[in-house]
Design a binder for this molecule. Structure first.
Ligand code: SF4
Ligand code: SF4
Length: 294
């Protein structure tokens, strides 16, 4: 598998505002997310725990779904939510605040992008370190293994160029589907009564820190392969998430305060906010392709 990621970041940003064709692969049919995040990177329980331990618990956000036909469900805020044994099912992924980015050769715009994406180089700030998510390391291998269109191909279709250079030999090490996913990548919240207002806020894009911490806590406190959770552990993780402190804590608010509407021109936006806050630097593309080629 070989991809040409220079100047792309298609799988790390929500580029729907700059796409002339609808990008709706996550919301065509079946189990539809309540949130409007594009390409949520879903994390394993251990990865979520590592982000919390690193002080990045505030980088995480939950996803719940409207039930597909035949799914069990529970009701939260008068909304049906997919459930397992009466417990709302969820995954945890990385937040996408608005950032000033210039993908695909476009002028710089405000687009939602992964918390860890360097908006200047369009490289990942945690690439290859202990926090780097398995789903990102494998991408687009997961899609290739399931014979689903990749983001690389969507970018090629809209903006041309060759992004998916060689789709052979996709890795499958992080592919967890079916019951093995329970308590590892898919979790079940044990007490829907604690979730009043959360489904509405998830739909409105107005989740509160306590809402996000609630799900992160129960994800880390889940026992793999089961519905069992450790309530004391969940409470401790919630507290840790609410006390998160790292370079990105202030940055998330700073981007939100500076951004205008998604898709708007961002050519005058200051790009150095993250670096000034102490974010890990990215190497630039010349370091990866010394000849300057993709
Ligand atoms: S969409 Fe494909 S080519 Fe673009 S950054 Fe992601 S993996 Fe790389
Ligand atoms: S963690 Fe890195 S590779 Fe994964 S979505 Fe975020 S910026 Fe992209």
């Amino acid at each position: 598998m070989e991809v040409n990621c220079e100047g792309c970041a298609g799988c790390c940003i929500d580029w729907r505002p700059v796409s002339p064709v609808p990008l709706d692969h996550e919301r065509r049919s079946g189990r539809l997310p309540l949130d409007d995040t594009y390409n949520l990177v879903s994390l394993t329980r251990d990865e979520i725990g590592r982000f919390v331990d690193a002080g990045h618990g505030d980088a995480l956000t939950p996803r719940l779904w409207r039930p597909a036909d035949g799914d069990a469900s529970v009701t939260i805020d008068d909304r049906a939510v997919a459930a397992i044994d009466g417990r709302p099912a969820f995954v945890v992924g990385l937040r996408k605040p608005p950032k000033p980015v210039a993908p695909f050769g476009l002028d710089r715009r405000w687009l939602r992008g992964c918390v860890f994406l360097d908006p200047d180089s369009l490289q990942c700030r945690i690439h290859g370190d202990h926090l780097y998510p398995g789903e990102c390391a494998d991408y687009p291998g997961h899609n290739l293994a399931l014979d689903r269109e990749t983001e690389c191909e969507r970018v090629e279709r809209v903006y041309g160029g060759e992004r998916l250079v060689d789709g052979r030999d996709p890795p499958t090490g992080h592919l967890r589907l079916g019951p093995a996913a329970l308590g590892t990548t898919v979790f079940a919240h044990p007490d829907p009564a604690r979730l009043d207002g959360v489904a509405d806020r998830l739909v409105a894009g107005t989740l509160r820190p306590a809402d996000r911490a609630e799900f992160v806590g129960y994800a880390v406190a889940s026992l793999p392969g089961s519905l069992t959770v450790d309530d004391d552990r969940a409470a401790a993780v919630r507290e840790a998430v609410l006390g998160s402190s790292s370079w990105l804590s202030g940055v998330l608010d700073a981007w939100a305060a500076r951004a205008t509407a998604v898709g708007d021109d961002a050519s005058n936006a200051a790009l150095g906010i993250e670096d000034e806050a102490g974010a890990p630097a990215t190497p630039g593309w010349d370091a990866i392709h010394p000849g300057g080629e993709g």
